[in-house]
Design a protein around this ligand. Structure first.
Ligand SMILES: *Cc1c(COP(=O)(O)O)cnc(C)c1O
Ligand code: SF4
Length: 339
């Protein structure tokens, strides 16, 4: 069970939105990435994934926020496939959250009151630590037959108040498809809130276009956007502007990060990230302990260190800028605080 070999490349057309052009133009080759960053291939511990594996995908706007000539750049480290991806590590598995058997027509109902829809396999970037890097998207997409089975499942669960659009990245869908899905959700009386889990606003802020903002403003549902940002350097002026525009639609903005070795596992980094997010209208929500997915062991931070980091952060920033340090334990009814 491997992911499809990368997001569908949208057809060329001068009328397609700018973000689709940027995605088509994204870097898909490690050599090209290293060349842009003026890095000697011998200076980094990289590997070009084989065909059928989780491929490389990095939009140029994200690369432009990396430091040239620095093999330890925290943005680069998130997307550069390392030789260690192929090492076997005990406890690191294909489906660490035991989600694959739970997915029914692309709907994952793990927790009471909210359901998660796997809307698409496509992402704006491929993060090497992704816990869904082995998810069988081919057979588990809610978008099959235009959401019909997913909606039927939601209608038969009246305790579901909130629908979480996830993936992949739900903002890979066109505005027209998102509009259709949200209109369908609006017809289900018990649903009050639609939440979007997306890395697009951080990776390709041009995705936040006028149509999408209008869609967020006009729906009867409460809207929540949970972005995914791990380091303050990911937020440049264009990202900040896009986030503030989303905030102006009345959408609640939250961030989730993953605690990653060598990337954000120090208190200065976490402090800068919290302040930078807040300055862009976003509150820190979760700091996830790395899920133990095969290929990501080299990103793992020890639990004692994670707890110490959060304790230190609490002494530096207001309480509302301290993310909840959580882990996912299969079978539990919520994310579990690390203790
Ligand atoms: C994380 C997650 C949610 C949302 O949990 P919150 O604590 O509400 O953010 C819902 N469904 C699934 C399957 C999840 O993994
Ligand atoms: S954007 Fe999210 S879902 Fe996509 S590869 Fe990165 S972590 Fe995984």
């Amino acid at each position: 069970m491997t992911r499809p070999s990368g997001p569908p490349i949208p057809p060329k057309s001068s009328t397609s939105p700018r973000w689709q052009h940027s995605l088509r133009d994204a870097v898909r080759d490690v050599h090209e990435l290293l060349e842009i960053l003026e890095l000697d291939p011998l200076d980094t511990d990289w590997l070009q994934p084989g065909t059928g594996e989780f491929p490389v995908l990095i939009p140029r706007s994200f690369i432009s926020r990396m430091r040239k000539g620095d093999p330890d750049d925290p943005l680069l480290r998130q997307v550069l496939p390392a030789r260690d991806e192929h090492a076997e590590h005990p406890g690191f598995t294909q489906d660490p959250l035991l989600e694959i058997p739970l997915a029914q027509a692309g709907v994952i109902e793990k927790y009471p009151s909210r359901a998660l829809l796997v809307t698409t396999s496509a992402c704006p970037v491929h993060c090497r630590y992704c816990f869904r890097r082995h998810f069988p998207y081919e057979t588990q997409l809610a978008s099959q037959n235009d959401w019909a089975d997913a909606l039927t499942a939601l209608k038969s669960s009246p305790d579901i108040r909130e629908v979480i659009l996830s993936g992949g990245d739900p903002l890979s869908l066109s505005n027209r498809r998102l509009q259709k899905l949200i209109s369908e959700l609006e017809t289900v009386e018990s649903i009050t809130t639609v939440r979007i889990h997306s890395r697009f606003p951080i990776i390709l802020p041009e995705r936040i276009d006028r149509e999408l903002l209008a869609l967020l403003r006009q729906t009867r549902l409460r809207t929540v956007l949970v972005v995914h940002c791990n380091h303050a350097n990911e937020i440049d002026a264009s990202v900040r502007t896009a986030l503030l525009q989303v905030s102006a639609t009345g959408t609640s903005l939250l961030n989730q990060s993953v605690l990653l070795r060598g990337i954000n596992d120090n208190v200065d980094c976490l402090e800068s990230l919290s302040y930078r997010l807040f300055d862009s209208g976003v509150l820190p929500y979760y700091l996830h302990r790395l899920d133990r997915v095969a290929g990501a062991a080299h990103y793992q931070v020890e639990d004692t260190k994670a707890l110490q980091l959060i304790a230190d952060l609490r002494t530096r920033v207001p309480g509302y800028l301290v993310p909840r340090l959580v882990q996912e334990i299969p079978g539990e009814l919520s994310k579990i605080p690390l203790a």
